[in-house]
Design a protein around this ligand. Structure first.
Ligand SMILES: Nc1ncnc2c1ncn2[C@@H]1O[C@H](COP(=O)(O)OP(=O)(O)OP(=O)(O)O)[C@@H](O)[C@H]1O
Length: 826
């Protein structure tokens, strides 16, 4: 079975060979492991690192000292064989004693000459890396550079010394090695040694600095010597380009996979195209073939980065830490809870007497209808008390349900709701409103630990349940919320609670709101946080959208944003926003390829009914599209309406909003429209609400938050440093503006003049007026109004308002009509 499953088209090695390989691999690892395992010991690495750092400093000091004390110490060292160490030590002038004198004598005089100064940096870099796990320069590049410099400089100084007739006063510059090399070279090449020196230097520059062409005579293009720097500048300018979108990238700490290369160029001497560790250098060599085909400007880089992205990202995260989206507003402070009011009368005020009275009345009513009960239990909630009863065996539940009105009558209370049976319990619940209800303050729900520590993506403390527990929902999982409620029942307060909850939990970099407020005044308070939390259309002044036309544009723009986001998520191989952002934070996605940290977008529409009346399908279609598709890419909708009728909450909208919240509505039909169940008509108002999430319906008391409290929170946020502007949504080119200008007035409707007279007579530019008076269908009336606009009789579309009539009297109209007739030859 297993064999079949793994069959593939790839070449299969014979079993024997595989076995052999396995065995030899095993043997290798078995051999190596115990011997080298101490190298992995972090304590060993730390200690070794310190040894290397100190040694490098020691070497450097001794070399430096040699320049001044070398000559004096030479005799001491030569006499070492005869003198005692103590004596020699006393006579040594080297700053780091006899040992310094010996070492510097060996390195400089005997071996490498002045070029020995290249050795301490290599040791220092290696030590620093082991101790601090950070690289200040590429070890491999520095080593290659140093070895070449040592050999080259030794030979050069050695040859100069040789030419200046033997070991001169400056003979130590080339060292013993340099002198001997020069001897050999002189015997082979003669004075041609200078040419050899120049040639080797050129070859080294070409390979080391990755020079591919000399274009010194084309001043506009990049010059070879600066290849690495130019690349760096490019990266810099790219960075600035990106900054326009997400300015956070300007931060010094903010380094990406590409930038690593520029980071790795610490000083002009060690300019290197890339590499952090020796393993990457190997890769560069292996991949040198395909690199030939890549464009000049980014030769080896691209290929290496494709193969190594993950590895480099890991290294980057190790070195720089994960990407922090909050960095640009790192000083941002969340609003304190103290800004919210604490209500004194917060405690439940249901007396024992009230409880007993209600219990007796319920029992009496049920007994009157011959329904016996085994037990009754009360749970006191903030707004209602739940009486749970266990009826005698054999009692039909529907009988109790039918008694709703009778129980309400006997308790002389409104808003009795019977839940039969309570889901998950074998009981029947009767909710009776409390005489004195508890004021649930927003402060009391936001301050609980469960909310403060909640790890939900978009946590909202929606209200208190009947058992006084704070009900926290995750909007990201809902994934959209439809809110309904008759006027004055607490919808606006509810929306403010939703917004405040999110403001208290999410940093401005991770969340943006699109606020649609056709009522024009409800949400204006949030304009203060525009540069922190709001998103808007480019070229629009107000971030809070009040105009119907703009709503249509914004919704369509959100659809474009949704499509864009899907594209980049696909590109990143992420299935949802959370996954994508996790990858981005781990620096696995390159901003230069269009990746950026994506904040959640919450679209809040305060009054859908108004929009549906004025723009109908134009808003319904994008809302339905967003509701259907936007959940994965972090766009969530909260749509509220006063009128939960079927022409507002259409089937399409309803089908895509599984989570629905209903404040009190006026009729059972409305309740059914919004919740697919009755009950919302029996609520008691003032934030009493039902939350339906699929099958379950929970009764909640919405917390109360007053406008001054929201004002204070917005003031607090608004007074802090924000982004340069609101979050920009993609541009949407609406086709509505072109509507009138596309109209061909030579093909005017037969009723054009009648319609024009009608409009001017009534001074009211409305399509429905034409529809009614001329008994036309909507489409023809719409075409007529477009023609009237093109003729300059009525103004442009203004959302819910009627169009302005530009011709004020019939005389002017007659003139205009006759000129039209003349112009178009009719
Ligand atoms: N959660 C609540 N707790 C206590 N009182 C509340 C609560 N919510 C609302 N109220 C009371 O109800 C009043 C009306 O609330 P709100 O303005 O939210 O109604 P609305 O449904 O938005 O009305 P409209 O649709 O006309 O704007 C508030 O001024 C407040 O006194």
């Amino acid at each position: 079975m297993a064999e079949n499953t793994y069959k593939s088209n790839t070449f299969k090695k014979p079993e024997k060979e595989k076995d052999k390989e396995k065995k030899s691999k095993k043997a290798n690892t078995a051999d190596k492991k115990p011997f080298f395992s101490f190298l992995q010991d972090p304590r060993f690495r730390l200690a070794a690192g310190f040894v290397l750092i100190v040694s490098s400093l020691f070497l450097f000091a001794s070399f430096l000292s040699y320049l001044f004390t070398g000559k004096a110490d030479q005799s001491v060292i030569e006499a070492l064989a005869t003198d005692s160490i103590l004596e020699a030590g006393m006579e040594t002038d080297n700053w780091v004693g006899l040992w310094g004198a010996i070492v510097s004598h060996a390195f400089i005089f005997r071996w490498f000459g002045i070029a020995a100064f290249f050795i301490p940096p290599i040791i220092f870099i290696a030590g620093f890396r082991m101790v601090f796990k950070r690289s200040i320069a590429s070890l491999v590049n520095t080593t290659i550079f140093s070895i070449f410099s040592i050999l080259w400089l030794s030979l050069m100084f050695g040859y100069i010394t040789l030419q200046s007739d033997g070991v001169s006063e400056w003979g130590f510059l080339g060292g013993g090695l340099g002198y001997n090399l020069a001897l050999v070279s002189d015997s082979i090449f003669g004075w041609g040694t200078f040419l050899v020196l120049i040639l080797t230097l050129l070859i080294f520059i070409i390979f080391y600095f990755n020079v591919t062409a000399i274009n010194a005579f084309q001043p506009k293009e990049k010059s070879i010597g600066n290849a690495a720097f130019v690349e760096e500048n490019d990266i810099e300018s790219d960075k600035q380009g990106d900054d326009k979108i997400i300015p956070t990238y300007t931060d010094d700490k903010d380094v990406w996979v590409d930038d690593l290369k520029s980071e790795e160029i610490p000083d002009p001497v060690l300019v290197a195209p890339a590499a952090v560790s020796s393993s990457e250098i190997k890769l560069e060599i292996e991949k040198s073939e395909p690199a030939k085909n890549t464009p000049k400007q980014e030769p080896v880089f691209t290929i290496e980065e494709q193969l190594e992205t993950d590895k480099l990202a890991e290294q980057l995260v190790e070195q720089q830490g994960a990407y922090d989206p909050t960095l640009e507003l790192s000083h941002y402070k969340f609003p304190p809870l103290e800004l919210l009011r604490e209500y004194e009368v917060g405690k439940v005020q249901v007396t024992q007497e009230e409880l007993n009275q209600n219990k007796d009345r319920i029992v009496a009513t049920l007994v009157n209808f011959k329904i016996g009960i085994q037990s009754i239990k009360a749970t006191i909630g903030p707004t209602v008390t739940l009486y749970e009863i266990v009826p005698d065996a054999g009692i039909k539940i529907s009988r109790i349900k039918n008694l709703e009105d009778d129980i309400a009558l006997s308790l002389s209370a409104l808003g009795i709701r019977i839940i039969a049976p309570i889901p998950g319990k074998g009981t029947i619940g009767i909710e009776v409103p409390n005489k004195n209800r508890e004021m649930v303050s927003i402060r009391s729900v936001l301050s609980i630990e469960r909310f403060q520590k909640s790890d939900y993506e978009l946590p909202i403390a929606l209200g208190k349940t009947i058992s006084n527990e704070v009900h926290i929902i995750d909007l990201a999982k809902m994934p959209h919320l439809l809110v309904a409620g008759a006027t004055g029942q607490g919808k606006s307060v509810g929306l403010n609670v939703i917004l405040a909850s999110l403001l208290y939990k999410r940093h401005p970099s991770t969340l943006k709101f699109v606020l649609v407020d056709p009522k024009k005044v409800e949400m204006s308070i949030f304009s203060k946080i525009e540069r922190h939390y709001l998103a808007k259309l480019p070229n629009s002044e107000e971030a809070i959208i009040t105009d119907t036309r703009k709503v249509v544009h914004t919704l369509n723009s959100l659809c474009i944003e949704m499509e864009n986001r899907y594209e980049i998520l696909k590109d990143a191989g992420a299935r949802n926003l959370k996954e994508y952002n996790t990858k981005f934070v781990a620096r696995k996605l390159n901003p230069k390829e269009g990746h950026r940290f994506l904040p959640y977008i919450v679209l809040v529409i305060d009054e859908l009914a108004d929009l549906m009346m004025t723009a109908g399908k134009e808003v319904e279609t994008p809302i339905a599209r967003l509701a259907q598709l936007a959940r994965a890419i972090g766009i969530h909708l909260v749509v509220a309406t006063q009128r939960p009728s079927v022409n507002v909450i259409t089937g399409v909208i309803k089908a895509n909003f599984p989570a629905r919240l209903s404040f009190r509505v006026t009729s059972k039909v409305d309740s059914r429209t919004i919740l697919d169940a009755g009950g919302a008509d029996q609520l008691v108002g003032q934030g009493d609400m039902l939350l339906s999430n699929g099958n379950d319906v929970i009764r909640l008391q919405c917390p109360f938050v007053d406008t001054p409290e929201i004002d204070k929170v917005c003031d607090f946020i608004g007074s802090q440093r924000g982004y340069d502007s609101a979050y920009m949504l993609p541009e949407y080119e609406g086709d509505d503006e072109g509507g009138a200008s596309d109209v061909d007035l030579s093909e005017r409707d037969a009723l054009f003049e009648d319609a024009a007279k009608l409009i001017v007579m009534h001074q009211q530019g409305s399509t429905s007026l034409i529809q009614r008076k001329l008994k036309l269908g909507y489409n023809r009336a719409g075409r007529l109004i477009d023609q009237l606009e093109a003729a300059g009789i009525v103004g442009s579309f203004e959302g819910s308002k009627a169009r302005e009539v530009l011709i004020k009297d019939e005389m002017s109209l007659e003139q205009l009509l006759s000129s039209l007739r003349e112009k178009h030859g009719q």
